[in-house]
Design a protein around this ligand. Sequence first.
Ligand SMILES: [Zn+2]
Length: 1026
Amino acid sequence: MHHQPVLKNRRTLLERAEKFISDIYFTDCNLRGRLYGNTCPLESLSSFLSLKRIPFLEAVKKDFVPYKVGDTFGPTWWTCWFEVSLRIPDAWKGKEVHLLWESDGEAMVWKDGQPFQGLTKEGEKTSYILTECLKDEEPHSVTLYVEMACNGLFGAGNGSMIAAPDPDRKYSVQKAELVVFNRNVRDLLTDFEMLVDIVKLLGEGDQRGYQALFIANEMVNLCEPTNPSTFPKTHNLAQKFFTQRNGQSQHTVHAMGHCHIDSAWLWPYEETIRKCARSWVTVIRLMEKNPEFVFTCSQAQQFQWVKSWYPGLFSQIQHYVQRGQFIPVGGTWVEMDGNLPSGESMVRQFLEGQRFFQQEFGNYCKEFWLPDTFGYSAQLPQIMQGSGITRFLTQKLSWNLVNDFPHNTFFWEGLDGSQVLTHFPPGNSYEMKGKVEDLVNTVKNNKDKGRANHSAALFGFGDGGGGPTQLMLDRLQRVQDTDGLPKVQMSSPDRLFSQLQADSALLCTWTGELFLELHNGTYTTQAQIKLGNRQCETLLHDIEVASSLSLCMDKTFQYPFKQLQELWRLLLLNQFHDVIPGSCIEMVVEDAMRYYQDIRNKGATLLREACSVLVSKEKMRDCTAVFNSLPWERNEVIQLLEGATDPGLALVRVPSVGVATAKESLQPETPVTVAKQDDGTILMENGILRTVVNKDGTLASLYMLKANREAISDGCLGNQFVLFDDVPLYWDAWDVMDYHLQTRKPVMEVVRPIQVGSSGGLRGSVSFTLRISDKSTVTQEIIVDAMCPYIKFNTQVEWRESHKFLKVEFPVRVRSPNASYEIQFGHLQRPTHRNTSWDWARFEVWGHKWADLSEHGFGVALLNDCKYGYSVHLNVLTLSLLRAPKAPDANADMGTHQFTYAIMPHTGSFQDASVIQHAYNLNFPLRLSLASSDLAPVSAFSVDSTAVILETIKQAEDRKDALLIRMYESHGSSVTTCLSTSLPVKEAWYCDLLERPDPDHPAPITASGMTLTFLPFQIVSLLLYL
Ligand SMILES: [Zn+2]
């Protein structure tokens, strides 16, 4: 030890150590300047530019032309392939030699025809290790290929990360050379970096920080950068500090490698396939060198991509999965949005995901993994439990703009009471770097100090891929048990959650949804994606019901299992947490729309084929047959098909889950009347409702005739379009801010005043056009049908705005502190007042097919066929219609939109008034086809309680001679009901959401059907053996 005095000057000591490892200052004499030794140019470098993403074998046959480092190429989204020929100088014997590659795209090294390692400057991967210690006998001449995508880790945003991509960006390779790498310098740098960070992060109040300071200072004294023989003793000093151990009570950080890869976001789906390969092959290389390294990896779809496109890599992954290092997590097909997918979609996320993980890796996932979505449905705990999952990891709620979520480790209780053990990594990141800061934050931010002594730390570049680096592993390895820092162990989700479970007595419980107080514009942005999702969910539902019935009626019918799986997987993919929320670039929107079109086209054929089995084998097809996929009888006005004897409107009655013909229209109890009044307003009435429509399409009155109740608030207008300024703080497509509410402007300018369309009888309708601005208009048809308890608004908007938000309001004569919103397999309440910050932070919320505001005995429901954004403040029900953000898609939502909503006043509760059923009816059109008029009505299923909804009927996954049906209790009540079926069911068994039958739980079938009991919001699945 030197014994010169060390003055009491913390600042100079600290900065001295920092400058000793600076990559900017004093690199001529400091340690950092010694990281690399001699360099040597490549023998040759040539390139080939491709518009498309092509396979390796195709690429290497192309004509490569000489490339000079620094030359630019592009544009964005192209691929540049390089052929790299190099010769390592013999004189470098015994040295570690790297190919140093710095480029501003994302690159992949191919060696011997296989993907070998990712190279991405943004992901701190610029070295390809040619040899760790050059030996005479190893080949010195090597030829490699480098495939470089012309996009960065975060796409190619023009000016800022989330700006629309610059399509003309040029790319280049800035460095491509051989270099001697001094591993001992790297190791010492890591020692220094960790010590300096400890000094800074523990601060002046901590004596351990001072101990680190003096150690680092002494190391600078000892270390002579030009004399490697001084390195070992310098390193030993650091080791002495790092190995001073903690006491037994110290917090344990469970470090897990991770690489969050958005399945599409600022880049298209196709690029994600390569992102997975680049990131994961690099992980495999790290595993070869670090047998303790554990990597967690989610999203079955991404594994499926790698399996199809990189089978060699996939089998290496399978190998490391078996070794317990590469750990598939999450259980879902993609990391989906947590709000918008329907209940059945969420089930399918788990069904497709878990079955994939089981088939490919031999195990179901035990934890749901969704770090990065914009809120979490209150129904998720039950869906997880039903899918074999009892644990949940996320951290996105740390982004809350208003309220700090109070827990990091807790039990999350869902709508039905199901609980899952939940952990939010307290470091509030899923892409840590293994730095001291990450460890300190993990302990400091933990809101369950004293209750939970274990936390997760996920490390590795993420969002755009990238993943962990050797340096991150080296950092964590140094401080596994260093007094003053939490203990760190390389761990797995199973180990973490087992520890948390074992010591969970003090944990708190959070009941209900995990609402994210941010990104609330994502319920509305990219309306065509929302429409595609809703319509395709509906279509796949109907195909499954019709095909199941056909299977029972005609043994020769081939249930389209494979085709349906493909279409479901496309739908599930588009539910990814940057696609369905609309927070993606235009290219992704185009991809998504193509997938929806695929589902619509192929789905239409499948539905037609299934329905044709149901309706007839007769040749004579002169009558419109109507298929009802919903589990209740429906009386609705439909437009009969061309080709039927009497096309036109008809009121039809169709049995539950069944078929009927519409030979002639039923006569409604009360026909619809439409009357133009002296003041220019139009009065429409159907025996249930009477409404008065103003010239500008607003409702002056909406009256329930039998109950003698006016629904519209005194002096107010229903169906009022309103426009808001919608300029968020940063996240354009994502965020609508509270202050937008201060900019409300009613849309009042009439272009075409109301005129009568249908004059009554079975249907009354009026239409009108309003100007929203000089660029945008709305045209609407208001429809009153016979026997229908709601008024329908078929809406078309020409939308060319910038940073505006269009909504429609219904101020109603109802007073209640809470409104109800439909969610997956149920509904929940949210406040209509703004008492506390937790209340007002929910100024814009999500719901599915309906929202309802009720007081005792009366209420009003607002239904929709493709919208998700709602707000109910005091007595005003508002539906969010269209936004106009400009980033990351500069053209988001521009153009023509069509959608329908409906207003339904009711007496009693919304449950008793069948609001839920009517919202289904609005979303699931009766499907029409031509049939013989001899067709007798058929009903396959009926349920005798209106509380229980038979949601799903499909072929079982594992048995061709069985159907899977899924029901849920929708009122929030405990009920016993009878399910009857006309299908030849031999046996029925309860099963979970993965369709695993419970051998102890048959559902006895009696002459009247199956008696089933439900708890509030319970989901019940049955296997019916035919
Ligand atoms: Zn993400």
